[in-house]
Design a binder for this molecule. Structure first.
Ligand code: AMP
Length: 286
């Protein structure tokens, strides 16, 4: 596996690959990699000739400087894991490579209708930053397929909207959430959990399962209210537990009117913000 830090050197390598008409799968990440990320790498290795992963902690998607500063970083460990899983290129640029001062990296597409719930109001500017970095990375790598996790439901939905809206020549592939044995969704942030908070955080998965079991018998309001109570009683601080349409991200009031229904949640376990989701009805359709 090659590790490249400059846009020009990555593009030099990739242009030879493109000349040979080989397919490229791309996995954008912020590093501190775990088995969740590796599932995306493995899927890409299966479906493409060449797999490229990026590790870039994108400053424009952090609305709290503290969160950006505390984001775990270990490039040597990430590189080892990527190599072991068959990745061909690791792109690990500095911010100046992604956002050179003389380049306009703004993306002109209205995503407001997809950001007015859940992560949007709680993290102002976050998705604009995600769209900006993913678009820039797609422009650099020009992959055939882009791999993202269901773990960030609102994120991949927005990226799919951008791909369609801007007619980007890339296919989005969404991979299932990889969990620890006790159900906690794997996340780079989990390493920051205290022992006590690590112990209680599987309640998120249990609550999502409970919501799935009760979606056809209880009202949406009852499920959302009880779910928040379950999370808070266990010792988390719930930011939201919201049931939405799996495509439009509009709030669901009547399950029967929607093909795909998803419960999305964010909760604080001490100082660590955890997100998770579960499809309650139908399936992800992109
Ligand atoms: P991040 O490094 O957190 O920006 O994540 C990079 C990609 O990995 C995103 O598309 C995430 O949705 C995906 N991802 C993160 N955690 C998991 C997980 N537990 N299972 C599957 N995919 C994940």
């Amino acid at each position: 596996m090659r590790i490249l830090k400059r846009v020009t050197s990555l593009q030099r390598h990739l242009s030879t690959i493109k000349e040979e008409s080989l397919t490229i799968g791309f996995i954008p990440t912020m590093g501190a990699l775990h088995e969740g990320h590796m599932s995306l790498v493995q899927q890409s290795v299966k479906e493409n000739d060449i797999t490229v992963a990026s590790v870039f902690v994108n400053p424009t998607q952090f609305n709290q400087k503290d969160d950006l500063d505390k984001y775990p970083r270990d490039l040597a460990k990430d590189a080892k894991l990527l190599k072991k899983n068959g990745c061909d290129y690791l792109f690990a640029p500095l911010p100046s490579q992604i956002y050179p001062p003389d380049l306009n990296t703004n993306v002109y597409i209205d995503i407001v209708h997809l950001t007015d719930l859940m992560e949007g109001p709680n993290r102002p500017g976050h998705f604009e930053g995600v769209v900006q970095v993913v678009k820039r990375l797609i422009d650099i790598v020009e992959p055939d397929k882009l791999y993202m996790g269901q773990k960030d439901f609102q994120q991949f939905t927005i990226i799919q909207y951008v791909i369609k809206g801007l007619e980007l020549d890339v296919q989005l592939r969404v991979c299932p959430i990889i969990r620890e044995d006790d159900g906690l969704a794997m996340s780079s942030r989990n390493v920051r959990l205290t022992e006590k908070h690590r112990e209680i955080s599987p309640i998120i998965y249990k609550t999502l399962l409970w919501a799935k079991d009760n979606i056809l018998t209880e009202s949406i309001t009852t499920i959302e209210t009880k779910a928040v109570a379950m999370l808070n009683e266990a010792g988390l601080k719930t930011e939201y537990f919201t049931i939405v349409d799996g495509r439009t991200l509009d709030k669901v009031t009547n399950v029967e009117q929607h093909q795909t229904v998803v419960a999305c949640t964010a909760a604080w376990a001490g100082e660590v913000r955890l997100i998770d989701n579960m499809v309650l009805k139908g399936e992800i359709n992109i």
